[in-house]
Design a protein around this ligand. Structure first.
Ligand code: NAD
Length: 291
């Protein structure tokens, strides 16, 4: 198919490359020259404007930093220039309200659209092993599924417009809180004189077990290899976890949801980021608890 891809950053660069590898023609646009050049090397056709990138697109995929940018890109450019009936897929992580507003604009012009945020970081984007959580009607989901499958290992229909973003922020709020809880359990085990590998061996087989412990252990040398074993470089940056927690807090405020653990995780990650740790993997927060 002819696919326009907008936003070729850490995530979008690898995703666009995987669409080209799957045999699609990928017309690629990013504001950054280096991102466009990387896309060209990966087999995409680089463009210097959204207008030319989407001009003959059957599908448009966006992977952009935030809701404000996503709204502007669709309102000002994509919906202005894209052919009638083209499928629109936004993979960015943004607030539910913006996702629904853009879906309404697309619907007004009779474009099928899905919000399809991802779970999995840069390595999964490059490897084509992302998990997509998709919001949109059944027809739009059916059209988007094979495109998303070329970039991921799982494509899950979460519900109507905005439901993908809703699933993503609820999941990441749970992840933020569970990482803090895992980190504080290890930090207290240490203060109580427990060997941390021994605590892992016990808790990973007991009721405290969770993904933050057994797949992403924040303690170096314990459990599988994780960013903790690489001085907390790579992985999922604290800045991105904080972004997702802030989206979750905005959604909680909008809906009146009671989220005391999510709120505390947001406060702890905000303080951790402000102390100069925004680029570190989010599991590095254990350092503040082991002090
Ligand atoms: P990034 O900053 O590396 O990439 C964003 C790209 O968008 C940049 O190349 C930038 O030049 C481009 N851009 C910004 N405004 C633009 C515009 N108006 N037109 C065209 N291009 C524009 O960010 P990323 O890490 O690739 O993240 C993208 C999205 O994926 C975010 O919403 C993020 O929350 C989400 N996400 C990231 C990760 C991760 O691990 N990095 C994981 C899951 C989800």
């Amino acid at each position: 198919m002819r696919i326009a891809f907008i936003g070729l950053g850490n995530m979008g660069g690898g995703m666009a490359a995987n669409l080209a590898k799957a045999g699609h023609r990928v017309d690629a646009f990013d504001l950054a020259d280096a991102a466009r050049e990387r896309a060209r090397v990966a087999g995409c056709v680089p463009h210097t404007s959204i207008a030319t990138a989407v001009a003959e697109a059957e599908v448009v995929v966006t992977m952009l930093p935030d809701g404000k940018i996503v709204r502007a890109v669709y309102e000002r450019d994509v919906l202005e220039w894209v052919p009638a009936g083209a499928l629109l897929i936004d993979c960015s992580t943004i607030d539910v309200a913006s996702a629904r507003a853009v879906a309404d604009l697309a619907a007004a012009k009779a474009h099928p659209m899905v919000d399809a945020p991802v779970s999995g970081g840069i390595a999964a984007a490059n490897a084509g092993t992302l998990t997509f959580m998709v919001g949109g009607d059944d027809a739009a989901f059916a059209a988007a599924e094979p495109i998303l499958a070329a970039m991921g290992k799982a494509v899950i229909h979460a519900g109507g417009a905005g439901a993908g973003q809703a699933a993503k922020i609820c999941n990441n709020m749970l992840l933020g809180a569970s990482m803090v809880a895992t980190a504080e359990a290890f930090a207290m085990a240490e203060k109580l004189g427990l060997d941390l590998q021994t605590f892992y061996d016990i808790s990973s087989k007991a009721s405290g077990q969770c993904w933050s412990m057994t797949s992403y252990c924040p303690v170096p040398g314990v459990g599988p290899v994780t960013p903790a074993d690489n001085a907390y470089q790579g992985g999922f940056a604290t800045a991105l976890m904080l972004k997702d927690l802030r989206l979750a807090m905005a959604a909680a405020a909008d809906t009146g949801a009671n989220v005391p653990m999510g709120k505390r995780a947001e406060e702890l990650y905000a303080a951790f980021a402000e102390a100069g740790n925004a680029a570190l993997d989010f599991s590095a927060i254990i350092g503040t608890l082991r002090e």
